[in-house]
Design a binder for this molecule. Structure first.
Ligand code: ADP
Ligand code: MG
Length: 346
């Protein structure tokens, strides 16, 4: 979805440069699979790989990564670890999204028929405010034993992400937008977000708008997920709801997510997990990162290559049923990738 005003122009020969941040845990191995697939189909992408050392306290690596994304306009990332527990060292993932002003996060979840799940045929999209709210990272100890943490909701960012959600619904032919909130308790902050969405909804008479309290929303999601179409929410609710939905889809390794701002876009696995415990064992599900790579190709206008990969992934899961153990299969990560590559040639 091209909300971005500036899609980077291809270089000479129709190729695009893209920043690749493998991150920690299973990130590097998953990026390896993406490169293998891109190479196989000759996708016109040149990756600029930036490794970020999780053990270093200064943010030079992160600043460099941000500079290359500013230059290329586009990135793909794994989860970047922040090992330091020093309170002045903030999450690098959050720093990256905030500094690039990628205010909207999109996670489109569509069930695979080949994956056994409680609910079939889910097809919904989560639009999440991505740069403020509970992730403002403004915490302090006002007096000894009292911690205050600020949740920041601004009219301008609420308006941008709500507009994004309705435009997304319009462009993708969706019927309903549900604002998820806790405005009954957080009357000012969530109240502003809810009011903004209600006001903007009036500009879209063909799209139904309703709202739901976050706690009820979680219950409704696990019980009756088909009532949802586009879901719109602030940052922390988005983190929780997107993980609930990934669980409904079969797990952490399937869906991908997209960070958008006016100028930059960065693609990543939907649950934003590091997967430290399963790294290096050839068991990580490669689908989430491969999905992120097809979103990246689409964003840059390389639809042919994007569809090729998407179709090969769908065949591998739904027809061949070659899957990693997390979604009920017995294949290793590399066997899944091999099956996808076989399907690319079909
Ligand atoms: P950790 O905190 O140890 O890094 P995460 O929070 O990253 O673990 O991941 C949460 C859960 O999701 C873990 O059980 C992890 O194994 C699982 N998981 C995350 N990504 C994948 C993947 N690509 N394939 C399979 N399982 C995954
Ligand atoms: Mg984790």
């Amino acid at each position: 979805i091209r909300k971005q005003k500036h899609i980077p122009k291809a270089h000479y020969g129709g190729r695009h440069a893209v920043t690749m941040l493998p991150g920690g845990g299973i990130g590097p191995e998953c990026m390896g699979y993406v490169r293998e697939i891109f190479k196989y189909i000759g996708a016109p992408i040149d990756f600029e790989v930036v490794d970020i050392d999780p053990n270093v306290d200064n943010d030079e690596d992160v600043q460099y990564a941000i500079t290359t994304i500013k230059r290329n306009g586009v990135g793909i990332k794994g989860n970047i670890e922040t090992k330091s527990e020093a309170s002045y060292v903030t999450s690098r993932n959050v720093a990256l999204r905030n500094e690039l002003d990628m205010y909207a996060y999109v996670m489109h979840c569509k069930s695979y028929s080949g994956i056994q799940t409680r609910h079939k045929d889910i097809d919904l999209a989560i639009i999440r405010q991505n740069t403020e709210g509970e992730y403002a990272m403004l915490e302090h100890e006002s007096v000894h034993g009292v911690i205050e943490s600020m949740k920041v909701v601004t009219a301008s960012n609420s308006e941008r992400v709500c507009r994004f959600a309705f435009e997304y619904a319009k462009r993708t032919g969706r019927k309903k937008v549900t604002t998820v909130h806790k405005a009954n308790i957080m009357k000012l902050s969530d109240g502003l977000f809810l009011e903004t969405s209600r006001r903007l909804a009036k500009d879209y008479p063909d799209i139904e708008h309703n709202d739901m309290i976050i706690d009820n929303c979680c219950m409704q999601l696990v019980a009756k997920p088909h009532q949802f179409d586009v879901m719109l929410m602030t940052n922390l609710y988005g983190s929780i709801v997107s993980n609930v939905v990934c669980g409904l889809m079969g797990g952490a390794g399937i869906c991908s997510g997209r960070n958008y701002g006016e100028h930059y876009a960065v693609f990543e696995p939907g649950t934003r997990n590091t997967g430290t415990a399963i790294a290096g064992k050839n068991i990580a599900n490669p689908i989430a990162m491969i999905s992120a790579s097809t979103s990246l190709l689409k964003h840059l206008g390389h639809y042919f290559h994007a569809d090729l990969i998407r179709n090969a992934v769908t065949r591998t899961i739904n027809e061949d049923r070659i899957m990693t153990p997390d979604i009920g299969g017995t294949a290793s990560s590399s066997e899944v990738v091999k099956a996808i590559i076989n399907n690319l040639g079909r």
